[in-house]
Design a protein around this ligand. Structure first.
Ligand code: MG
Length: 285
């Protein structure tokens, strides 16, 4: 009996009081702080004050999700997705067979959400070009072991077509240290060997700073920070020059943005979940 009466009384009170005033953090009794200041010192080398009220805010994005062995994760909302498991429309081939240097459609195999190198069909390149970027890529070596050292499931992530983060089955497969998985090929071994067994999906997360040229002159070399399966293996490592075998790679001028390449090294290695985010200042358009 009492409950319906109380409910009616509550409804009547609400009706008589009219719409409630909007509640703010302050009216709720929460502690607050100003959302910025204009009387604080200017940061050294900056045009912004400490806690500057006029300083623009970073764009909000939706972060991605982690991959599992069974399924790839979701890229962040502001990433350029270069391969989502469906097709090679974002890629083209160059080289392969007797046609090295010739450009054509990418002819790697698509299957079950991954792409697989078709040996001899050529290294593939993204149609989109990148300079400074964050790159995520996953790969898996074949379980059938067909060779050793550099012939054990070799491929490569070619930043700007020419700076190679080595892809190799380095699980119990000795090779020269600067040529194992996650090495900057021919230059720097990874800090540790974080390789998984062949057949398992592995990830590279790369923060790459493109080199800068003024005319023919190199004014700033490239740098790479690399995580292999979540483990840091290069910490802003300066890159010596382009990928080279048995010689020291050097720099030659190129554009501020160039395609991403994936190497055909005659082994049916697989890739999935490839995305890139261009790196720029948070307040740059
Ligand atoms: Mg390679």
């Amino acid at each position: 009996m009492l409950a319906p009466l109380l409910a009616t009384a509550a409804a009547l009170t609400l009706f008589l009081a009219g719409p409630a005033a909007p509640q703010t953090a302050k009216s709720k009794g929460y502690r607050t702080t100003p959302v910025g200041y204009s009387d604080t010192p200017v940061l050294p080398g900056s045009r912004w004050r400490v806690h500057d009220i006029a300083r623009p805010h970073p764009r909000a994005i939706t972060p991605g999700t982690e991959s599992t062995q069974d399924r790839p994760g979701q890229p962040p909302s502001d990433a350029s997705v270069l391969f989502d498991g469906r097709d090679l429309s974002g890629w083209m081939a160059r080289g392969g067979g007797g046609d090295r240097g010739k450009t054509g459609p990418a002819r790697w195999k698509i299957e079950n959400g991954y792409m697989e190198v078709v040996p001899g069909s050529g290294t593939i390149f993204s149609k989109e070009k990148f300079g400074d970027c964050q790159l995520h890529i996953e790969w898996a070596a074949p379980t059938e072991l067909a060779g050793a050292s550099q012939w054990r499931a070799n491929s490569g992530v070619l930043l700007m077509e020419r700076y190679e983060i080595q892809v190799l089955d380095s699980y119990e497969n000795p090779t020269y240290a600067d040529g194992q998985a996650a090495s900057i090929y021919g230059q720097y071994p990874p800090l540790v060997n974080a390789s998984r067994k062949p057949g398992q999906w592995q990830s590279y997360d790369i923060v790459f700073e493109a080199p800068r040229f003024e005319g023919d002159k190199l004014v700033k070399p490239a740098f790479a920070t690399v995580f292999h399966n979540g483990v840091v293996v290069h910490h802003r490592q300066q890159i010596v020059g382009r990928m080279a075998h048995r010689v020291v790679g050097t720099y030659a001028p190129h554009g501020p943005e160039e395609p991403l390449g994936l190497q055909d090294h005659d082994v049916p290695l697989r890739y999935r979940n490839i995305w890139v985010r261009r790196l720029k200042g948070y307040d740059e358009p």
